[in-house]
Structures are given as C-alpha cells and as structure tokens.
Design a protein around this ligand. Sequence first.
Ligand SMILES: [Zn+2]
Length: 137
Amino acid sequence: MYKHIGKKLKILAEIWCLLGVLGSIAAGVLLYVVKKPPMELQYCIAIAVGGIVLAILSSWGFYAIGDIHTKLERLEDKLIPKPNYMSYLEENQPLRGQCEICGKTTDLINAKIVDSLGTRYRKVCRDCFTANGCEEK
Ligand SMILES: [Zn+2]
C-alpha cells in the first residue's frame, strides 16, 4: 500500500489538479446559469479562475514531494548495497515480483549492473534490463 508512494503521490497530484480545475469551472458556470437569481458574472469568473489557480498551485506541493520520493528511491537503489539479493541469485528460483528499478510487477531477471557507481545485483524487468545495459547473472 505504501510502496513506491512517490509515484502514487504524483498521480494523486494530477487527479487533484484535474478535479480542482473542472470543479472550479463547474462552480463558476453553475453559479451563473443555475442559481436564481444568478450571481454577477464577474464574481462567477473570479471563482472559476481563482479555483483553477488554487488547484494548480496546491497540486505542485504534492507533486514535488512525490517527485522527490521517486528520485530518492532511485538514488537509494543505486547507493545502498542489498546483500540479501545475493542469496536470491544463488537459489535461482523462477522470478516474479516487483522490478527493483521501475517497480512494475512482472517476470524478473537477475541482473548484474556495472557502472561508475560499482557493481550491483538487482532483480529487474526486461525493459529495465535492456535500458540499463545489464548482464544476466
Ligand atoms: Zn523495471
């Protein structure tokens, strides 16, 4: 539920923004068209525009936190060694689970990643395997 929370938070921010924008437009229109007697036009426009601006600005906060978490997770994956993954490799079971790079649940490959940060072993999906130039291990 709380795994890869950054990605979820980013999606929530986008939904929040979309609902806020649509809700503000709806509120402005309804106050002018449906309300009897109608609210003055300039107030309806102010409510719609103000709501849209508020929805966009408030979604930035959520999105930024989600984005930071996503990037931190990626960084953590690169920097912190995970010794128990070595024992996964030795058991050589059929692999299915969450990719340790992108988080997608699919068939995984035991991958050896060699780059400027050193050598790491990760269980990754086929896409990440190709994208990161991994060696099969
Ligand atoms: Zn992946």
